[in-house]
Design a protein around this ligand. Sequence first.
Ligand SMILES: [Zn+2]
Length: 228
Amino acid sequence: MAAALDLVWPPVCPACDCRALRPREQFCERCWRSLRLLAAGDGEEAEGERVLAAFACDALFMQMLTTSKYRRCRQVGRRLCEEAAAVIDRRVFGGTLVPVPLTGTKRRERGFNQTEDFAIALADRTGRPVRTDWLHRVRGGRALAGLEREARRAAVGHAFAADSQYPGEAADPVWLVEDVVTTGSTGAACAAALRSSGGRVLGVLAMGRAFASTSDRLLADRNELARF
Ligand SMILES: [Zn+2]
């Protein structure tokens, strides 16, 4: 069924109706180049953790992310990961890349973890190692979308734990890898779990940064730069 759909799938960009050159990446090259870069500097901290994010979570970014995550369009996700990695790779010095884990059930259902794909794209460009066995999720994967800051913090508070494989104090410092940082509570919970085992955390690397409050949104508008 999927192969048959591929054959008849019109190569039209879902965001602008232009012709898409690479049908498996769905969006046209002009849209891929229209992802809005975040400037280095302001807004680079959340919940006390350093955050390096590539793109503002505008409507186009969210459409690409949603397509890649929930409709199992892996190539869209891979392209998004590569685009984001190309933006922040030069700012990643040292450290081991640790993707924020999904629950085992969610990973099995989806068949992949988007943040692992992003970590691999970053590893390809920076030469930094990736470890998926240093951190795991201990509680259910409650959806965070739509929750306010306090509710998010409560939902993820004890959701992560360092794995028995994690060397703690002897470990290379960690860059946590996320798809989208909103309030920063997920990254902070992961960082707390690793630090409680004696480890060091450098910050969070994200494909996108969403800003929850009005003042944050104004900051985002100021930071958004044209891609070309
Ligand atoms: Zn387009």
